[in-house]
Design a protein around this ligand. Structure first.
Ligand code: 5GP
Ligand code: MG
Length: 480
């Protein structure tokens, strides 16, 4: 039979591709190609992010761009049963509640859909989907073929070197929840601009999953034709956040701002942040790269909070903590080294018994695979404890959310955050702060434990340093 021969040939090609030394992304694309060709259909490979709430198209064949860019799929709205491990067939895609965007399917000329789970380690990590133009009741032979291809995709994902690497890490690191998700591992991207590549490396460094330009939002139409579109640079499924980088001239920034406003009008539910050149440079500087990493501070230009103001505020926070935790013995955890003054003053004003511990993380980013590391974990056990994270400053919130995930994995009874400073204007990761000393303006601050290149930690107040460019061009890894 013809079909049998086609399926055999497709399987042979896909097996050869999976067994080749090509990058994972290419091997997965070869599987999708084989499915599409032999079934004379469109096909896509969709992977779950590590929060298991979003589905991202990783590879596709024979589907129009607008269909692929229709949006990030919600795992619980789009062919939900597939993720429980069952193949699903949808005969009439334009009219089925299991399809998240039925109108888009109709516009793309999709009549029927078959979804088959990709199973890794006993659970679904994604699916292969087949889209036909003509209405199709998929036969058991069709389904068995796609299951074979999904199994091949699982073999490819399992044999990826990145996964092996995470299994080799030593005991300290293996206690850190390394998110070697299928989505992260299946990526090889061509960026339009080097700044985007740097940014992606920072996200990798923090194990934050990202997808490059996954979605285009139509902004204006002329009748049925879209006349203006906006495609944000990044989507971070874990934070459900789109990010647009602007390292461009002011005139272009104004244009982008206008687009962004329009997007917010049309889609108030979409979370999107515009990162300006300055925000971006500051992010890079944390890792010792970019223009700001080469500046030097020359004294303090302004005092933001005097020693007395800080003392009053710390006493108030300590009072609140003492009463909130009256019958419990909290474990207060700080991260080296900025927390030192705050923690020391805070615990001396707390009137109930407490335990303290601290951890250290390194911000080293050498090769492209490096990730944030906990170089010193806490010594005390958090199991069943009421943990309070003590932070100097929460800026993007990325560090804190990483650490909170780590502590949460240890099984505490509760986990709260107490930060002296909160720079809400620059938040990317949504973290809940239970105790906040001051909400600081969008300027870099030093003193009272906070440094600028290891200077100014021992100032008794918090102030804004005068930063000047130095001629030094070295790019050095930095530690917090
Ligand atoms: P996040 O991950 O929230 O962006 O970064 C938090 C860490 O960055 C803080 O713990 C602190 O070490 C550093 N940081 C952020 N903003 C400032 C600042 O204005 N001054 C100093 N000295 N460090 C900061
Ligand atoms: Mg810190």
């Amino acid at each position: 039979m013809n079909k049998e021969r086609d399926y055999y040939k497709a399987t042979r090609l896909a097996v050869a591709a999976v067994n080749s030394p090509s990058p994972l992304k290419d091997r997965l694309a070869a599987i999708v190609r084989s499915v599409a060709r032999s079934m004379k259909s469109g096909a896509s490979l969709i992977l779950l992010d590590s929060t298991r709430s979003k589905l991202i198209h990783s590879s596709s064949r024979g589907l129009p761009q607008f269909y692929l860019r229709k949006g990030v799929l919600d795992a619980d709205k789009s062919l939900y049963e597939v993720l429980t491990g069952q193949p699903v067939t949808i005969a009439d895609a334009g009219n089925d509640s299991r399809i998240q965007y039925p109108a888009m399917a109709a516009k793309a000329g999709i009549a029927s859909i078959l979804g088959v789970p990709i199973m890794c380690g006993g659970g679904a990590v994604g699916s292969i989907r087949v889209y036909t133009r003509e209405r199709c009741d998929f036969s058991s032979q069709d389904i068995a073929f796609v299951i074979t291809m999904a199994n091949l995709a699982a073999v490819a994902l399992n044999s990826d070197p990145f996964r092996q690497k995470t299994e080799e890490v030593d005991t300290l690191e293996s206690s850190i929840p390394v998110e070697a998700s299928a989505l992260r591992r299946s990526r090889s991207v061509t960026f339009a601009h080097p700044s985007e590549e740097y940014f992606a490396r920072i996200l990798d460094f923090y194990n934050i999953e990202w997808v490059y330009e996954p979605r285009s939002f139509p902004l204006r139409w002329n009748g049925d034709t879209v006349t203006e579109m906006f495609t944000p640079d990044f989507y971070l499924p874990g934070l459900d956040l789109y990010i647009e980088l602007t390292t461009l001239r002011q005139s272009l920034v104004t244009h982008k701002n206008r687009k962004l406003r329009r997007l917010k009008e049309l889609h108030p539910e979409v979370k999107i942040t515009l990162l300006y050149k300055n925000d971006y440079d500051r992010l890079l500087a944390k890792y010792g790269c970019g223009p700001l990493a080469q500046t030097r501070a020359h004294g303090i230009s302004r005092v933001l909070y005097s020693a007395t103001e800080i003392e009053d505020r710390v006493r108030a926070l300590a009072g609140q903590i003492s009463s909130d935790y009256a019958s419990r013995r909290p474990l207060m955890v700080g991260v080296q080294r900025g927390f030192i003054c705050f923690m020391a003053d805070l615990i001396r004003q707390i009137t109930i018994p407490v335990d303290i511990d601290f951890m250290a993380i390194s911000y080293y980013s050498g090769d492209s695979d490096s990730t944030v590391r906990i170089t010193k974990d806490i010594d005390l056990s958090v199991v069943g404890r009421h943990v309070i994270m003590v932070e100097d400053i929460v800026d993007t919130g990325i560090t804190l959310s990483y650490i909170l995930n780590h502590l949460q994995a240890g099984g505490p009874a509760s986990l709260a955050v107490c930060t002296l400073l909160d720079r809400r204007a620059r938040r990317l990761a949504d973290v809940r702060l239970d105790y906040v000393g001051f909400e600081v303006p969008d300027e870099f601050v030093v003193g009272y434990g906070l440094d600028y290149r290891e200077e100014y930690r021992n100032l008794p107040f918090i102030g804004i340093p005068t930063l000047e460019k130095s001629s030094k061009k070295e790019i050095s890894p930095q530690k917090d």
